[in-house]
Design a protein around this ligand. Structure first.
Ligand code: INI
Length: 170
């Protein structure tokens, strides 16, 4: 069953997190709304963005190379926002599939959480419904997910690298 929207376990604080927002311009009538949703979520969670943290790219195909370049720039999480809408040709499948795979690979390889706020829809209406319409704003949800994952990984990582205590020699 889909609950249709992001449901935080507790109020999240983005204070002190470094977040990047990558937005594709293709179908900008949708992606502009997703960006507004993401910026709203970051502000509501007490986060701030510096100049250069919001990056515009041409289309969803360009996500993998962009997030790989960003992965080693010290960001705690990266939020990917785009809209791939099915047309009459198989183009949709290549663009949506490679964007998803490329982002997943980059995230797993780098250890940097990358939220998948890329709509992949059959119709324009399905996209607008999810960009501030009746199914909420998936840009907002993606930003909150990224914040939650940045905090989760921060909490895990120090424990993983704790040096083992040496036994005293007899
Ligand atoms: N890019 C998108 O972000 N959404 C689409 O729906 C889309 N369609 O349908 O073609 C799209 N194509 C452009 C693609 O992402 C690249 O920018 C282009 O192929 C140049 O590399």
């Amino acid at each position: 069953m889909s609950t249709d929207t992001y449901n935080p376990p507790a109020p999240l604080s983005a204070a002190g997190l470094r977040l990047a927002v990558v937005v594709s311009r293709f179908n900008s009538f949708v992606t502009d709304r997703l960006r507004e949703g993401a910026l709203d979520a970051i502000a509501k969670a007490g986060g701030t963005l510096a100049e250069g943290d919001v990056i515009q790219i041409p289309g969803a195909w360009e996500f993998p190379v962009t997030v790989r370049a960003l992965a080693h720039r010290g960001y705690d999480a990266i939020i990917c926002l785009g809209a791939v809408i099915r047309g009459d040709t198989p183009h949709f499948d290549y663009v949506a599939g490679e964007a998803a795979r490329g982002i997943a690979d980059a995230s797993a390889a780098s250890g940097v959480p990358m939220a998948f706020g890329i709509l992949t829809t059959n119709t324009v209406e399905q996209a607008t419904d999810r960009a501030g319409g009746k199914h909420g704003n998936k840009g907002y949800d993606a930003a909150m997910t990224a914040i939650e994952m940045a905090l989760t990984l921060r909490a895990i990582r120090p424990q993983r690298f704790k040096p083992r205590r040496r036994r005293a020699r007899a």
